[in-house]
Write a protein that binds this ligand. Structure first.
Ligand code: SF4
Length: 379
């Protein structure tokens, strides 16, 4: 499936470029103590070996910053540094990394009297001198306090968007263009909304997508998948991270999960109904999981694709889902929805249930309903 991507500008991170139609980069982050040079370098290299385009390392002290210089000697990976609360550490770390991430909400913690604009200038100057990209990383749990106070508890989205846009404008004024933005929340629906709103305001800025604190697999992967499906299918997103709660030796699973999600979205194997914004037939089928009760599901999904080729030029969505747990809800937005049970396939048109049919009966029934929809479109 050819997904039309947003026209973002190109941003180089070491030997990887994001934005401007480049492949969506997959990132991860170390979970070792940064001061433990051997363990962190080992994890960076394990993530790079698993296919990480960029590996992020958190730096929270001068000891961490010193360790980063040594870690750099032990890896060729593209490194991003996460400046936590002490933005001044950028002076020590910028020479060793390809990207610097700062959180606008954290710029208030040190030197409270100093305007945040001056702090951003220092970060941008150092990043510029050392050829680093910047990520403005806005997080739901640490939004700029002035913005959060302006909107109160009822609206967590607007302060995040405003804060990100404000920092983009500041970097623009400084003439620094090699930046991207992330807007993360632990709730996938908020991740979708906040990123859509930001992308509508600044379609030129590359977006780093992710669900923060997504949790243990498989739930953490599913939450991230829900958000990424809705955003990437509509051209939003230039790099991703799947944040998983796994032991250190399993961190490379974040990369495998990210690549699988991207592959699945490109192939239309999606868990929720997505609109690719195309004016052609949209056939989606879930990626399947342990809940599938009849292995015939995969074959059925292929048969649906084959059977409906004749309708390729019609703007309709058919969803084929693997189970009775999530199938009913996840087909709600499709024109025709199928979900599999042990012996029968459930079928609906829009929200209306049409019945349950045997695996050998469902295809003619589907074709009949599809023909009716096509006839209706022609009226
Ligand atoms: S629809 Fe059911 S089988 Fe398919 S991925 Fe979702 S939970 Fe798994």
């Amino acid at each position: 499936m050819q997904i039309v991507r947003n026209p973002t500008r190109a941003v180089r991170i070491g030997n990887v470029t994001i934005g401007d139609g480049h492949p969506i980069a997959v990132q991860s982050m170390t979970a070792t103590a940064t001061r433990d040079v051997a363990a962190t370098a080992e994890q960076v290299n394990a993530l790079a070996a698993a296919g990480a385009d960029v590996v992020r390392i958190a730096v929270d002290s001068t000891a961490d910053a010193a360790a980063l210089g040594e870690i750099r000697q032990q890896t060729g990976a593209n490194l991003s540094v996460d400046l936590q609360e002490n933005y001044r550490l950028v002076e020590q770390v910028a020479p060793h990394v390809d990207k610097v991430r700062y959180n606008p909400g954290h710029l208030y913690h040190h030197e409270r009297q100093k305007p945040w604009q001056d702090k951003v200038k220092l970060i941008a100057d150092l990043a510029g001198q050392h050829g680093c990209a910047i990520r403005v990383g806005v997080n739901c749990g640490s939004v700029d306090p002035a913005k959060a106070a302006k909107y109160g508890h009822g609206d967590s989205i607007t302060p995040m968007v405003e804060s990100a846009v404000e920092h983009c404008e500041q970097l623009d004024r400084l003439g620094f263009t090699q930046y991207c933005v992330s807007l993360k929340d632990s709730d996938p629906t908020k991740v979708i909304e906040v990123n859509r709103r930001f992308a509508a305001e600044r379609p030129d800025v590359p977006l780093h997508l992710g669900v923060t604190e997504a949790g243990l697999p498989p739930d953490g992967i599913i939450k991230t998948r829900i958000a990424l499906e809705q955003l990437i299918s509509r051209g939003v997103g230039d790099t991703i991270r799947v944040s998983l709660t796994v032991p250190n030796h399993r961190k490379p699973e974040e990369i495998a999960a990210g690549r699988k999600i991207l592959e699945d979205i490109a192939a239309g194997r999606v868990r929720s109904v997505v609109d690719y914004g195309l004016s052609t037939l949209n056939i989606i089928s879930c990626p399947s999981c342990s809940r599938v009760e009849n292995e015939a599901f995969v074959e059925l999904a292929e048969q649906v694709k084959e059977l409906t080729r004749y309708a390729a030029d019609h703007r309709l969505t058919i969803a084929v889902m693997g189970c009775r747990v999530n199938g009913p809800g996840e087909t709600d937005d499709a024109d025709l929805g199928l979900w599999c049970g042990p012996k029968q396939v459930n079928f609906k048109r829009g929200p209306q249930l049409l019945g349950a049919f045997g695996y050998d009966e469902i295809l003619p029934r589907l074709k009949h309903e599809l023909d009716l929809l096509i006839a209706k479109q022609a009226q």
